[in-house]
Design a protein around this ligand. Sequence first.
Ligand code: BES
Ligand code: ZN
Ligand code: ZN
Length: 499
Amino acid sequence: MEIKVIAGDIAQVEADAIVVSLFEGVEEINGATASVDKALDGVIGGLIRRGEMKGKLGEVGIVHTLDKLSAGLVAVAGLGKPQDFNLDRLRQAAGEFCRSLRKLNCRKIATILHGAGSGEITLEASAEAITEGSLLGLYNFQKYKKSEYEDVEELLLVEENESELPNLEEGIRKGSVMAEAAAQARDMVNEPASYMTPSRMAGIARELSAKYNLECAVFDSGDMESMGMGALLGVARGSNESPKLIILRYRGDEEANKAVGFVGKGVTFDSGGISIKPSEGMEEMKDDMAGGAAVMMAVDAIAQLKPRVNITAVIPATENLPSGTALKPGDVLRAMNDKTVEVISTDAEGRLILADALSYAVKEGLSPLIDLATLTGACRVALGTGYSGAFSNNQELVTKVLQAAAKAGEKLWQMPLPQEYREMNKSQIADIKNVGNRYGGAITAALFLSEFVADVPWVHIDIAGTASSGKEKGYTTKGATGVGVRTLAELALSLAGDI
Ligand code: BES
Ligand code: ZN
Ligand code: ZN
C-alpha cells in the first residue's frame, strides 16, 4: 500500500472512502467531521443522536454518501474518550478503520490526521501513528493462502495546510520503516518451522547486511566448538539442522568503539526435546524464534533511521528436537563463560542458548545488553497475552527500555529480579541448573540468564505471552505480532549519542 499526503479538504477528495472521526462522549461534532456531516445533510449527527455510534475506540461507522460527495463511503472512526487519547490509540483506530474498509472493497482511502493538535500530538506524530496502525492492521501473511480481500492500494493523508506536508511526509517515512520492519518480523515468525530454519535466518541476516551495508558474521557448530559454546551446542545436538550464531553489526557512530548488544532467542522449533511437550498446541512453537526475528528486524529499521549509536545483534539459532543424539535430562553442559549447567528439563532450552549468546556478547564488550526471548510459559501466566515482562540488573537502563516500549505502544511491565530466588537455580553437581522450582518460573529463568551477563547493564524481555496473538484487534493481527521490533528501534533512537 502506498501512503501519500495531499493538501485539501477531505470532503472533496476523490476516493472509495474518506475517514473522519468521533471522540466518545462528545455530543457536538466539529472540524472535518462536522463539515462532512454538513455535506451529508446531518447523517453523522443522526447516527450519534440515535446512539448508533458512540465513538468508542475501534468502532467504525459506515455511511453511504449517495453521490453527495466524490467518495462513495464515509467511515467515522471512534477514537475513544478524549482524555484517554494517545498515539497508540490512534494506531489502533487506524488498524480498525483500514480493515473495515478493506472488507468493503475500498482500494483508495483518504483520511484526516486524527487527533492532531489535541494534547501533545503533532501532525507529524499523527501521520506516523496512522501509517504504522494502517500498515500493521492490514498485514496478512499470504504466502500459503490468498487473502479473502483485495489489498488496499492507496492511503491518502489529507491536510488543509500545504506548508505542513513535509512534516507529514517525515511522519510517514518513520512510520513505514517501523511498520515494515515489524511486518517482516511477523513474516519470519509466521513461516513454518521447516522453512524458517537456523540457516534461513542466517540467510536473511546476510540479505540485511548486503542491503544496508552492515557487517554480518555467521558462526556454525565448528566455530561454536572452538568458542566453548557447550550450552548452545547441547541444545542443537538433537537436530539435523545445523545451528547458527548470527551476528549483525550496525555502525551509526564511527567515533565510538562501544556498541549496544541486542540478543534474541532463535529456537526455530521447540518440541521440548527429550522433555517433550504435549502435542496439543505444539505447532505454536514455531514462534520460538520471535525474539531473534525481532532483533534482526529492529536492526533493519535502525539501519534506515540511522541513529548515532552502534548496535550489534546476536542471535543464537537452533531447533530443539528429540533424537538419539539429543541432550538428556541430567546432562551437564559447559557454557562459554565456563559455568557448568545441569539440564533438568531439555524444554528449558532458551536459557541454555542465551547463556552462550550473552557470554559471547559480554566477551565482545557489548554494553548495555537487551535480550528478547519467548522464554517461559510462566510469564504468560503471570502477565497474560497483553504484556511482556522486563527483568533487569540496572534500574536506569530498564527505565529507558520501558519508555521506548511506551513510545512504541508495546506494553511492557517490569518484574522483580530478587537475589534470594537464586537459590532455586542451585544444582547438586554443577554451578547452576536450568529449572528452578514450581513457582516464579519467569523470574528464575531471568535469574539464570543474569549469571551470564557478568556486571554488564542488562534487560531481559520475556515475550512468551506477546509474540503471537489469537485475535485480531487494533493493529494486531492473528498470528505473529512482531513485538519488540519497534521498542528496540525506539530504544536505539533514544540511546543515540547517549552511551
Ligand atoms: N519456548 C518455551 C516457552 C513458551 C511457552 C513460549 C509458551 C511461548 C508460549 C520455553 O522454551 C519453554 O518450554 N519453557 C518451559 C520452561 C520450563 C521447562 C522450566 C515452560 O515455560 O514451560
Ligand atoms: Zn522449551
Ligand atoms: Zn523455547
